[in-house]
Write a protein that binds this ligand. Structure first.
Ligand code: ATP
Length: 237
């Protein structure tokens, strides 16, 4: 909807001890956009999400959200402003039911569109298991629940770290469908993904990250055509 992007990452650098892992990374996510961050293992994708969410603030560079500089703010302060990070290893609380997991994730600070009834209405597979322990769900259902938990937080931006990782192909299709629904709900998403084909199916635009540097960016169509760069930076497709 015009104007400045919702999220603007400008020239961030990050290091672990002596080794620098992000080099002047800049990217943006606009209103309602699903943007991909593609790269091999160790390229720096998770570190980029950590820098945005405040888990590990960048050493230099800025993160601007909705026109406000949030660089270096705490995870909780950034979360309260509506940036919800879904880490790769996020799991629901096994001993709580599906419904309880959704209840404790509900946050109306930034809106009231999403609540437990809506989440269960959107994800009928979860609705059928609403009163079961989350620990008894399949891996795919748990991933579904984790995304639903982010949604009841009424996010203004979701950072999704490899949500399809380790899931069987038919489950991957379900998660793809869920990301589509997040997009249809007009919630912007920054999606970290190693699977190029899955990623290109979902995103409006994307960035190729290689050894901590953005090597290319473009629309999904432009990236799909960039077979040389994809082979070079992602190896396989
Ligand atoms: P993956 O898909 O494996 O998570 P990634 O693209 O998300 O890869 P990062 O996890 O951001 O990559 O890692 C970038 C680099 O930083 C890698 O070389 C990794 O070994 C290193 N690294 C990540 N976390 C730490 C840490 N806590 N301490 C030291 N080095 C780290």
């Amino acid at each position: 909807s015009g104007g400045r992007p919702m999220l603007e990452v400008d020239g961030i650098n990050a290091r672990y001890g002596d080794s620098q892992v992000l080099w002047d990374v800049s990217l943006s996510v606009g209103d309602g956009e699903v943007v991909g961050l593609l790269g091999r293992n160790g390229a720096g994708k998770t570190t980029t999400l950590s820098a945005i969410a405040g888990v590990q603030p960048p050493s230099t560079g800025t993160v601007t959200f909705d026109g406000k500089d949030i660089t270096g703010q705490s995870v909780s302060a950034i979360s309260r402003q509506g940036i919800k990070l879904v880490p790769e290893d996020r799991r629901p609380f096994d001993g709580l039911t599906v419904r309880e997991n959704l209840e404790l994730s509900t946050d109306t600070t930034n809106g009231e569109d999403w609540d437990v009834p809506r989440a269960l209405g959107e994800f009928t597979q979860l609705d059928e298991r609403a009163n079961q322990r989350a620990g008894d769900l399949s891996g795919g259902e748990q991933q579904m629940l984790v995304i639903a938990m982010a949604l009841v937080g009424n996010p203004r931006l979701v950072l999704l770290d490899e949500p399809m990782e380790g899931l069987a192909p038919q489950i991957v299709d379900q998660i793809v469908d869920i990301v589509r629904r997040v997009r249809e709900a007009n919630i912007p998403v920054l999606l970290v993904e190693q699977n190029v084909d899955v990623c290109l199916e979902l995103i409006d635009r994307g960035y190729l990250l290689h050894k901590g540097e953005i090597r290319m960016s473009g629309s999904a169509a432009e990236l799909a055509d960039a077979t040389e760069e994809i082979d070079r930076y992602l190896g396989i497709r």
